[in-house]
Design a protein around this ligand. Structure first.
Ligand code: ATP
Length: 237
């Protein structure tokens, strides 16, 4: 469904992406891992069109994500930002319904927001709160409700457990997995957290030295030598 082919990107002559090839199928959940500074965010920004790659292309449903295809793609995607990234001056429901309000009356948008909040475990009493009144875990759930508000076909999760304690991180991972399975959305998660990979992913890809150094099923990652440094164990003999 989304295919990245030969993606190149350098900054100031320093290559960050040096021929990234990656594909994620419809309804599949892919996790992209890699050490800090390996270009995971640059890869994500290229897919979203926030950075223009130097070479290579990104295909969505077999067509290059260029020109008119990009707005069509962006209309079908949702994103959970690192740190939730809520608008401080908007209430919880207004944050969740941000996109919906551009094309439907507030009463209808609010009803959908309340329904999505319920899906992430937040009651209707949270709808009128301001982001400053939320705990970190609640803010993450609101961010998740916003990501799914418009029933996206593709959802990006950028470091979904950053800043959460292990118990809350586990709950968010379970919530994400449940939502991905239930909606059939294609999911791409960028993470350092191997517990997230196990909980959320069907497949995992390792970005290293500007390329995908390993790509395989989550069930096979314990035996993948290139991933040993991430798993904190040594590869089996
Ligand atoms: N706009 C930019 N201008 C110059 N260099 C950039 C720019 N964006 C990213 N880089 C460089 O590209 C490299 C990869 O950055 P990126 O943020 O993608 O890493 P990352 O894998 O997402 O790291 P982390 O896990 O720490 O978030 C870094 O060396 C960074 O300094």
């Amino acid at each position: 469904m989304i295919r990245v082919q030969g993606l190149h990107k350098s900054f100031g002559g320093k290559p960050v992406l040096a021929g990234v090839d990656l594909a994620v199928g419809r309804g599949e959940s892919l996790c992209v891992i890699g050490q800090s500074g390996t270009g995971k965010s640059v890869l994500l920004k290229c897919v979203l069109g926030l950075i223009a790659p130097d070479g290579g292309q990104i295909l969505w449903q077999g067509r290059p994500l260029e020109g008119g295809a990009r707005p069509a793609f962006l209309a079908r995607f949702g994103m959970l930002f690192q740190g939730a990234a809520l608008f401080d001056s908007l209430t919880v429901w207004q944050n969740v319904a941000f996109r919906l309000r551009q094309r439907m009356p507030d009463a209808q948008a609010r009803a959908i927001a309340v329904e999505k909040l319920a899906r992430v475990g937040l009651g209707p009493e949270t709808a009128g709160l301001m982001p400053a009144e939320l705990s970190g875990g609640m803010a993450k759930r609101v961010g998740l409700a916003r990501a799914i508000a418009d029933d996206p076909e593709v959802i990006f999760f950028d470091e979904p457990t950053t800043g959460l304690d292990p118990i809350r991180a586990r709950r968010i991972n379970a919530l994400i997995r449940g939502i991905v399975t239930e909606t059939g959305a294609t999911a791409i998660t960028i993470t350092h957290d191997m517990d997230s990979v196990r909980a959320i992913g069907d497949r995992v890809a390792l970005l290293q030295d500007g390329r995908i150094a390993w790509d395989g099923p989550v069930s096979g990652m314990d035996h993948a030598a290139p991933l040993a440094g991430f798993l904190g164990n040594t590869p089996p003999l």
